[in-house]
Design a protein around this ligand. Sequence first.
Ligand code: NAP
Ligand code: GDD
Length: 339
Amino acid sequence: MKKIKNKVALIFGVTGQDGSFLAELLLDKGYEVHGVIRRASTFNTSRINHIYEDPHTTDKRFFLHYGDLADANTIRKLLYMIMPDEIYNLGAQSHVRVSFDIPEYTANVTGVGALRVLEAAKDYEEHMKRKVKFYQASSSEMFGATPPPQNETSSFYPRSPYAAAKLFAYNMTRNYREAYGMFAVNGILFNHESERRGETFVTRKITRAVARIKVGKEKKLFLGNLDAKRDWGYAPEYMEAAWRMLQTDRPDDYVIGTGESHSVREFVAEAFRVAGLGNWKKYVGFDSRYLRPTEVESLIADTRKAKKKLGWKAKVTFPELVRIMVEADCREEGILNLE
Ligand code: NAP
Ligand code: GDD
């Protein structure tokens, strides 16, 4: 891979699934990478521990800083201190179901948080006479009730406080681009998963349960709506797309997905099949706690623009993704071979 020397990136949400893959990708490309972490009473760096270096080593290229999307002062201070070329805002209260329980907090962090970063970046550009590129982690969830396939020109119809907050951040990103000429882009990413996916999102909840059932630690998996359809891809590939968006000549917004969709039921069936557990119906129960007051029924990405302009296309298929995740969770439980 061609190394890009002297570029500095700042990642909000570096401890999350995507943040960890993006940090790896940028370090691989030769960037100096700065990540913002929240102070927590427990360790929250498990996804990035493997790339974190001893602070005492020389030629260190990965740095962590305390900060929070709710804290505009610190965001501003970090920008002036780090002087990034590229900012990736991946930070969010990212759980759709939870956003119905904590809507105000979600709006503050997931919505206004992006505005805080944009405002700090604008101020930084004006005062430092430097340009900085900004990536906003927008979401297919913003399409909500708009029928599939969805692309950059589809209308938005948010169905959750999370989606409404993301739509605010999306619009702010566009507005800063148009009003102030900033290089600000929205990556409208459809669901993407991995072995590092948070344990309460449905795919990981399923693959973890499958592994634990396989070793006899659990007997049953309780889920909500099995009919919802999602366009599920593999997270590392999606971070490559995010990076490519910031390497174009003109800032724009892009839909990223596989173009294929599967129901939660199909994911469950495939995961139990891969683990060799037989009929999934024996193990899966229904719990209304996991239903949402308003649901997004079907998401399928139309990614023609990303293919044409970014030369990006998803490679990992649905069965491959399920296998990657089931095998990783089985390894965690000590099962090294599923054949
Ligand atoms: P994730 O695993 O939930 O990671 C979210 C990150 O945001 C974590 O690093 C989290 O820190 C951080 N965060 C939460 N609240 C914060 C705050 N107040 N201040 C600063 N940071 C905060 O999410 P992900 O799956 O990696 O997704 C990355 C981004 O893409 C999110 O914005 C998400 O909404 C968006 N997105 C995701 C998908 C998807 O399918 N994965 C699709 C479309 C869009 P802690 O580790 O301390 O909690
Ligand atoms: N989490 C969860 N838990 N979801 C369940 C369950 C369950 O027990 N049972 C059924 N589901 C259904 C949900 O109702 C939803 O229709 C689907 O599974 C996917 O749910 P999640 O995995 O929680 O993801 P999401 O689609 O709501 O949101 C994710 O994707 C968005 C992009 O479209 C998140 O990563 C968001 O941050 C992201 O923006």
